[in-house]
Design a protein around this ligand. Structure first.
Ligand code: F6P
Length: 327
């Protein structure tokens, strides 16, 4: 399949993630390399609705591969959720001569791209950009590895004070309704347990942790809690322990938005670079309405519907590894 596409628009949407800039750079440079022109759309879909669009040359993306955040800014745009807003977005796209869109973001952003593509028959390519790692069809998402490294840096520091005071810490991490950051953050920081939404329906994870010998052989413990409403968050577990086990000295740390910042790791820079180049390959091949992912080190194209709707499963082996190694 060939393509008649001459100009692509690129935007970042939803929560920012380290490596988004590396992806913007890769998409821009790969597009120019392949003879396409590029327009940067500011503030996510909002910029498409309001026409905040600027031509991008190779030098517009110089010196950004190492920067966290997104030079295009980002937003969660309510207007784009309405048919009127999307019509304005389409009109601006046509006015600017943009033939196809590359959207970098999480599942909300890709859902927006999916609807837009269906309504106006516009080719859209999605790149998975979120620290949550909750998109199906890619082993990891852009920003996830950096956020994990930020978490382990923080937990290493918390462990110093937890050990000195012989305390039990509940550390809340982001991830929306996914437990990837909590589970892998717990393994990588040597935490005693992780409380994740994927497990919350069938077991009382706090009871499990206590039953399995919490603080029997250790004078301090760290439990990572996914922020999800399904787990109730770190405060919920701290309150429970204070009431049910008043002998323990409990503290809570909520890591919050510091998990979203910082210079991307080598993994995220390489992932973003590969995905950005692959997005342009996809466009040149005439692909449309797919997310580009990497599975088993191979580039894959995943239909939006599959990437968004399928719950990405937690690897149960990791749950067992954490349990075995935290004795
Ligand atoms: O989706 C990324 C994410 O950081 C989630 O982990 C978190 O729940 C959410 O965004 C926070 O969003 P906001 O920055 O709008 O508060």
């Amino acid at each position: 399949m060939g393509t008649t596409i001459k100009c692509i628009g690129i935007l970042t949407s939803g929560g920012d993630a380290p490596g988004m800039n590396a992806a913007i750079r890769a998409v821009t440079r790969a597009a120019i390399y392949n003879g396409l022109s590029v327009k940067g759309i500011y503030r996510g879909y909002k910029g498409l609705v309001t026409g905040e669009i600027k031509e991008f040359k190779s030098q517009n993306v110089s010196n950004i591969i190492q920067q966290g955040g997104t030079i295009l800014k980002t937003a969660r745009c309510k207007e784009f959720m309405t048919p009127e807003g999307r019509q304005l977005a389409y009109d601006n796209m046509k006015k600017e001569g943009i033939d196809a869109l590359v959207v970098i973001g999480g599942d909300g952003s890709l859902s927006g791209a999916r609807i837009f593509a269906q309504e106006f028959d516009v080719p859209c390519i999605g790149l998975p950009g979120t620290i949550d790692n909750d998109l199906y069809g890619t082993d990891t998402t852009i920003g996830y590895d950096t956020a994990l490294n930020t978490i382990i840096d923080a937990v290493d520091k918390i462990r110093d004070t937890a050990t000195s005071h012989e305390r039990l810490f509940f550390v809340e991490v982001m991830g929306r309704d996914a437990g990837f950051l909590a589970l892998n953050g717990a393994i990588a920081s040597g935490a005693e347990a992780a409380i994740i939404p994927e497990d919350s329906t069938d077991v009382d994870q706090l009871e499990e942790f206590i039953k399995n010998g919490f603080r029997k052989s250790k004078s301090s413990s760290i439990v990572l809690v996914a922020e999800s409403g399904k787990t109730g968050g770190a405060m919920h577990y701290a309150e429970r322990v204070k009431n049910e086990y008043p002998q323990y000295d409990v503290r809570v740390t909520i890591l919050g938005h510091l998990q979203r910042g910082g210079s991307p790791t080598a993994h995220d820079r390489i992932l973003a670079s590969r995905l950005g180049a692959a997005a342009i390959d996809a466009i040149m091949e005439g692909q449309r309405n797919v997310m580009v992912g990497i599975e088993n080190d191979q580039v894959v194209y995943v239909p939006f519907a599959k990437a968004i709707k399928n719950d990405k499963p937690i690897n149960r082996e990791l749950v067992n590894v954490l349990r075995e190694l935290s004795i």
